[in-house]
Design a protein around this ligand. Sequence first.
Ligand code: SF4
Ligand code: SF4
Length: 156
Amino acid sequence: MTHERRVEVHPGCEAVCEFDPDLTFECVDSCTWCCQHGVLLYDHDLLELAAHANLNDATTTFRGESFVRREDKDRDAHTDDGAACYFLSEDGLCELHAEENWKPARCSIFPLEVHLDGGEIHVTVRDSAEEHCEGLDVSDRRVIDNLDSVPHNALG
Ligand code: SF4
Ligand code: SF4
């Protein structure tokens, strides 16, 4: 079934939400799945990240785009290759979020993704999240009521 409804995500800023309005989400700390991959950084992320970390240490480029670097982790993470995001700490939390109260746009909206279609912001659930995110449909916190994590600049 196709779900589509228009929601005001910020004052004066509407988005078309293309997921079940009853979908709930609450991050499961022990999961860390979305922190096991390189995170694409938009230009505004790079500027912000430069204020919090050494970009030479923390980032890499691939096909002309910038990403947070992955590195080997000692912790017993259930990653395929033992590596995860540079900022994922041993306790499974994001160091950037914990210490700087900030994280890249792609992280702040996961498990959602945002794209422009016909000049409108559309919000969907990432296919990879449908498959791997342990936080979907495990709480009473409806995604559609908590869309303030969708930044105005989520589109890069
Ligand atoms: S920056 Fe933080 S939230 Fe984003 S992938 Fe890395 S550890 Fe996870
Ligand atoms: S995949 Fe989902 S539950 Fe797992 S850490 Fe990421 S947001 Fe949290």
